[in-house]
Design a binder for this molecule. Sequence first.
Ligand code: PLP
Length: 389
Amino acid sequence: MRFATKAIHSGEISLEKLKPVITPIFQTSNYLLDDEIYKAFLEGRGRDVWIYTRHGNPTRRAVEEKMAALEGGEDALMVSSGMGAVASVLFTYLRPGDHMVTSKHLYGGSLGLISMMEERFGIKVSYSLPDHPEGIIDAATSETKLFFFESISNPLLRPFLMDGVVEFARKRGIKIIVDNTFLSPYNFNPLQHGADLVIHSATKYLGGHSDLLAGVIVGSKEDIEMVWKTYVALGPTADPLSCFLLERSLKTLHVRMERHNLNALEVARVLEEHPKVEWVIYPMVNNYYEADYARSHFRGGGGMVTFKIKGGNEEGMRFMRKLKIIKEAASLGGVESLVSMPFNTSHYALSDEERRALGIEPGTIRLSVGIEDVEDILADIDQALEGGE
Ligand code: PLP
């Protein structure tokens, strides 16, 4: 072999006898082919063999199996972002003229994609409140293919009372899609309550360290196979490094979520009593929209606490800038506490009136409570509310 050939072909180790304890990063875009692989591919079983990383990758497969186990589904599909997951699902089940029922209480990016699909692809959409099952059923038509809601919404943590629509959806062949990002599979498993598919922005609690972007879809083998075909065509492939990081993160999801649950509950209780705070929303406190539902369905309320500071958006900005440990940032679900205001982040595109109509009043703050010592989080909030230096 000459130089260039040696540079390319020497040092090819065989993986046959290699037994690492953890799942390594298979940083490869493709795989060696053989007759078995050709056969599987030609028979439409492309997902069962390794051909090309957009179709499948072992590091990704490890996360998919873990996520299917954690959500209680038969199968799962990892994609490059939460939006990649939402898009892959919507493009799988909706054709021009089809109708879906969803809510304005949805992550802004999902709302943007839905209105784009309305405009460009002739999808019909009705909006309903997630906690009014009768309204969701009333909005359904003979063309309805999907109900799409968040298990608790971003940012007002409104619950999707899915028990009230499951029977109706089953009878009508309507798929129930639940974005479970805010609660995580540790706190709630929508598939066990009748959902067909669960979506996560794995960028949030599943990743948990604010260092990766990914999305995941969990459901039956049949549904995941359908979504996989759309996903292979669209191409939002989760890269092997992000899958490796995610697989590592999922091993501590239960430990992190337990701490998020405890810290956020404590923060919510303290904020409820604070004279500078007008209202607090958290699933495990008594004045939650549906406290009984939350207690009977959720293991914990998660790490998100939404509250209104007296004095409007200006006072909210002043409060955020005074915080020392809690950082001002748009995302959520990491080990570190983060804070933002919907009016200039997730809901900036709406007018004041539109935000108010949704319940996002001036002064609304979205706090992602991390897993630091809760005494330090509380002291930071206290000094910032008091306006101390
Ligand atoms: N769903 C929810 C509830 C979200 O909060 C987000 C992002 O903030 C997404 C989906 C989109 O996820 P990603 O940013 O990973 O694309």
